[in-house]
Ligand binder design. Structure first.
Ligand code: NAD
Length: 260
């Protein structure tokens, strides 16, 4: 299937590793040009080299914190036009809500709700004027079924999801712009391993044992891969997905138990 992405410009946030990188890879393979961002430059340059090796779309890098106004301005300045926006940032830490003060909440809301909204605000009207735009927000399965110790994520990401549900159905829907959420369950990335290492240390067990037990809880009996995640993202960014908007697509190997 030709996803018809050749020549489109995509801004993929937080993309030196993990799910963001998977999205950037899939978009570049399909011929899109990408601007990828991350805080640290060395992993970012290594990822850019991998993407350039596909010999397809142009790859630009911007090192900076996407949750800051400066980081967002630099990312936007590097992208000649944003046809595709993939919103992503690191997730908030786990914990007990009794320990979180106002600053902890503001940080989570900034990163996982207000940053994507600011980037949408900066790009969506130009997308609509050109008659084409795709926004994919990388959120979490926590939006559909809350995760016990991830209250900051449950709250901030649900705020984004609620806002976007309204925006996606506004006048932009008739102007070629779609906005969707892509909800990861458990994917084998650095983030997952760091989180599981915490559980392993607490239980005094080897990391591999904790990972294997977790994977067994998933009907697919494995974690998802960044490649699988990127492929679905690229499809949502394609002209072929033009009639899908305001949706939240869960990718979790069957973990969520509901019929819908
Ligand atoms: P990861 O740690 O493997 O990669 C995160 C990437 O984001 C890295 O490239 C890092 O440099 C970059 N990054 C982080 N904070 C940034 C910032 N402020 N500015 C710019 N770049 C930044 O993480 P991942 O597993 O790919 O997760 C991506 C998102 O998906 C996170 O918000 C995470 O909480 C969420 N998520 C992941 C899973 C999973 O199983 N991996 C499940 C649910 C939700």
């Amino acid at each position: 299937m030709d996803l018809q992405l050749t020549g489109k410009w995509a801004l993929v946030c937080a993309a030196s590793k993990g799910l963001g990188k998977g999205c950037a890879q899939a978009l570049v393979r399909e011929g899109a040009n990408v601007v990828i961002t991350a805080r640290g430059d060395s992993a970012l340059q290594a990822t850019a080299a991998e993407l350039r090796a596909f010999g397809a779309g142009e790859v630009r890098t911007v090192a900076g914190d996407i949750t800051t106004p400066e980081g967002r301005a630099a990312a936007l300045a590097a992208c000649p036009q944003v046809d595709i926006l993939v919103n992503n940032a690191g997730g908030p830490p786990p914990g007990d809500f009794r320990q979180w003060d106002r600053d902890a909440w503001i940080k989570a809301i900034d990163a996982n709700m207000l940053t994507p909204i600011e980037l949408i605000k900066a790009t969506i009207d130009a997308m609509a004027a050109r008659g084409y735009g795709r926004v994919v927000n990388i959120t979490s399965g926590a939006v559909k079924a809350p995760i016990g110790n991830l209250g900051l994520s449950n709250g901030a990401r649900s705020g984004l999801t609620g806002f976007v549900a309204g925006l996606a159905r506004s006048e932009i829907a008739a102007q070629g712009v779609t906005i969707n959420g892509l909800l990861p369950g458990a994917f084998d990335t650095e983030r997952l391993r760091v989180t599981m290492q915490g559980a392993a240390t607490k239980a005094n067990e080897p990391l591999d044992a904790v990972l294997a037990r977790r994977a067994q809880m998933i009907p697919a009996r494995r974690f998802g891969t960044a490649d699988e995640f990127g492929a679905v993202c690229a499809f949502l960014c394609s002209p072929l997905a033009g009639y899908i908007t305001g949706q939240n697509l869960l990718m979790d190997g069957g973990l969520y138990p509901g019929t819908f």
